[in-house]
Design a protein around this ligand. Structure first.
Ligand SMILES: [Zn+2]
Length: 128
């Protein structure tokens, strides 16, 4: 009999699983904390997602840092993902200012390992 490969295999890597849980907890925490606020980009729709300005894959240190998060709606987020990231991001970058911009580009160069202990502390921090 043929062995079937599941389309989305659930990872057995404990660090990866912990990272996924912490990522979800962070998004839930952001939505909860900023409930009732409007999208930073369009100013119309409610906040639905925390977009990482510096991509998660580019910085561990900014992965759970709110300064790196643009609180936006799904519509604006899909623009970033599928259409024109700069159109949405540039507007918010301007609003945040040069000081923030310089800080974040410096911060992303700092190294941090996502250890079990660190991820567990983040999970605890974001527990609603
Ligand atoms: Zn929006």
């Amino acid at each position: 009999m043929l062995k079937r490969t599941p389309l989305r295999k659930k990872t057995r890597n404990p660090i990866k699983r912990l990272k996924d849980r912490a990522d979800r907890a962070f998004q839930d925490y952001l939505r909860y904390k900023h409930k009732g606020e409007r999208c930073e980009s369009c100013g119309v729709n409610p906040i639905e997602v925390g977009h990482h300005y510096i991509l998660k894959s580019h910085s561990n240190i900014l992965r759970y840092d709110e300064s790196n998060i643009f609180l936006i709606c799904n519509f604006c987020h899909s623009k970033i993902t599928f259409y024109n990231a700069a159109e949405v991001e540039d507007k918010i970058v301007l609003k945040r200012g040069k000081k923030w911009y310089n800080w974040i580009h410096k911060a992303k160069r700092e190294h941090l390992s996502l250890t079990k202990k660190y991820l567990e502390s983040k999970l605890e921090e974001f527990e609603i």
